[in-house]
Design a protein around this ligand. Structure first.
Ligand SMILES: *Cc1c(COP(=O)(O)O)cnc(C)c1O
Length: 367
């Protein structure tokens, strides 16, 4: 059953909200889920034990410490910033919402480099924030940096996703710095996938010199904590204070706080699966690229997913699900992404399965 808003209720809603539909991610059971960019490698046993122990000793009768001081302290030490330069959220998504809540609004345009993460425009719509869309090159998904810097002057908020979801490519810290210099407002570097990128790709080093920069990170992707819901932002203390002013005080539960702290204390133990995913990304990229004579195109990626374009992608995605029990993300309806699917890089057996299934589909055979 899908959720739907009745006419009766819709006319009672705030107009910006009435224009939306419920987010009810078409989830179906499948053996292999490569649709949401999670890290499905086995969790390091010591990290899992530390999470369990931390949860077991945490009472739930008291409200959480609103600003999660201990967790922020650990994140600050990790990134070499002060505690008041860190804020945590119920996933990075909550911080994206709060960023637009605090810095958006009718006269405060948001600049995005499309195609990119759809959540930005969703929140902008809800929060009545105009969006300036600068389109990436339709062939390479590269950004026309000079045009972006020029547009930055007209934005109150810029989100640069690096690596970009769903195209997988990076924006350089040099470019992010140029945006910070040109923008009278706030520039967010959304680095949800940065752990999968080459070293030196992060813009966090720019925080010292650019007090309008914010860097978003999450434990959802590399750190196997999507279900735990913990994201954080780094920025100058006054920007963090603005985000703190609009947040729901208790959005990050005590259980999420202590579990996330355990993950962060053991973050080095996750490096093994991150490295494996990077190797598998290259192997899967090459295997898919070898299908180019059958009309498939795959783009290089610095994240834990690959963007592919293939004939009749929407149909292929349904066949992957129904005949092969493999879930991938269908982006074929997204402007600029005609016939594109996004495939998370999984474990070797999962990647073999998706390579095999796509080969079968492209050959016009049935399972
Ligand atoms: C996954 C993702 C996030 C944040 O995810 P959370 O699970 O809410 O932390 C942010 N930005 C991008 C581009 C993402 O893909």
């Amino acid at each position: 059953m899908t959720l739907s808003i009745s006419k009766r209720v819709r006319c009672l809603m705030r107009p910006a909200a009435a224009a939306l539909e419920p987010y009810d991610a078409a989830f179906s059971q499948a053996h292999i889920n490569l649709s949401a960019n999670e890290n499905d490698y086995p969790m390091p046993a010591a990290a899992r034990e530390a999470i369990d122990a931390a949860i077991a000793r945490t009472p739930t009768n008291r409200y959480p410490i609103a600003m999660a001081d201990e967790l922020r302290e650990a994140i600050a030490a990790w990134h070499g910033v002060e505690k008041d330069q860190v804020i945590v959220g119920n996933g990075g998504d909550e911080l994206l919402f709060n960023l637009i809540l605090a810095f958006g609004g009718t006269d405060r345009p948001l600049l995005v480099l499309a195609p990119t993460f759809s959540v930005y425009e969703l929140y902008a719509k809800l929060l009545e924030t105009p969006v300036i869309r600068l389109w990436r090159d339709p062939d390479t998904f590269g950004v026309d940096e000079d045009r972006a810097v020029e547009a930055a002057g007209r934005a109150n908020l810029i989100i640069v996703t690096t690596p970009n979801n769903p195209t997988g490519n990076l924006s350089s810290p040099e470019f992010v710095a140029r945006l910070c210099d040109a923008c009278p407002g706030i520039v967010l570097a959304d680095e949800a996938y940065i752990e999968f990128a080459e070293k030196g790709s992060s813009s966090e080093g720019l925080l010292v010199a650019h007090d309008n920069l914010s860097v978003l990170r999450t434990l959802s992707k590399a750190y196997q904590f999507a279900g735990g819901r913990l994201g954080y932002a780094l920025a100058s203390a006054d920007v963090i204070a603005a985000l703190a002013a609009v947040r729901q005080p208790y959005s990050v539960s005590v259980l999420a706080q202590v579990a996330a702290l355990a993950v962060i204390e053991r973050r080095f133990e996750f490096q093994h699966s991150i490295d494996r995913i990077r190797q598998e990304r290259q192997r899967t990229l090459l295997a898919l690229a070898s299908l180019s004579d059958m009309g498939l195109r795959v783009w290089p990626s610095s994240a834990n997913f690959l963007l592919v374009r293939l004939p009749h992608a929407a149909e292929a995605r349904v066949r992957l699900r129904d005949e092969f029990s493999i879930l991938v993300r269908d982006l074929s309806d997204t402007p600029g992404l005609t016939d594109c699917l996004r495939i998370t890089v999984g474990r070797p057996d999962e990647n073999d399965a998706v390579i095999g299934a796509i080969t079968t589909i492209l050959r016009g055979e049935s399972q």
